[in-house]
Design a protein around this ligand. Structure first.
Ligand SMILES: [Zn+2]
Length: 150
């Protein structure tokens, strides 16, 4: 992830997670990207500085209130709007904040997607019976990310 943030050009694909399966579900919540550390050029300080991925307060508030407001049933499912043709595919923006001056921000727009259909179930720790759409457990299913805007 660090290398991706520091050096990848727009639209260059980075493998986030290999062998996505039930009980190895990651990167289906945007909040999972918060706090990623990387080094980047800060024009204010004119040097490479440590950066951290973060959201605006408004988005953070929304993330928290959504997670708080959901029933257990809903929070165990990846929302439909994060899928295209049953493959994971969602886009969001966040920024990297320079941790040194705390002022400079680099903006990113990310696209996160899977190469195969995945189950919309998360955290299936109790092995609840899956509905028919969600038996997808295809081998070699990976999660990728790319920058689609800066
Ligand atoms: Zn700075």
């Amino acid at each position: 992830m660090k290398e991706f943030l520091e050096t990848y050009e727009l639209y260059k694909e980075f493998l986030l997670l290999e062998n996505y399966t039930l009980n190895n579900e990651e990167y289906t919540y945007i909040s999972e990207f918060m706090g990623e550390n990387f080094d980047y050029f800060c024009p204010i300080e004119n040097s490479i500085r440590p950066f951290e991925l973060d959201f605006s307060d408004r988005i953070k508030k929304t993330i928290t209130s959504i997670e708080f407001g959901l029933s257990e049933y809903e929070s165990n499912r990846i929302p439909d709007e994060q899928f295209i043709d049953e493959k994971l595919n969602y886009t969001f923006s966040m920024f990297g904040r320079c941790k040194s001056c705390n002022e400079y921000k680099i903006h990113f727009m990310f696209n996160v997607y899977s190469n195969n259909p995945i189950s919309n179930f998360r955290d299936n720790y109790r092995n609840v019976r899956l509905d028919e759409r969600h038996y997808h457990d295809l081998p070699n299913t990976n999660i990728y990310i790319k920058k689609i805007g800066c």
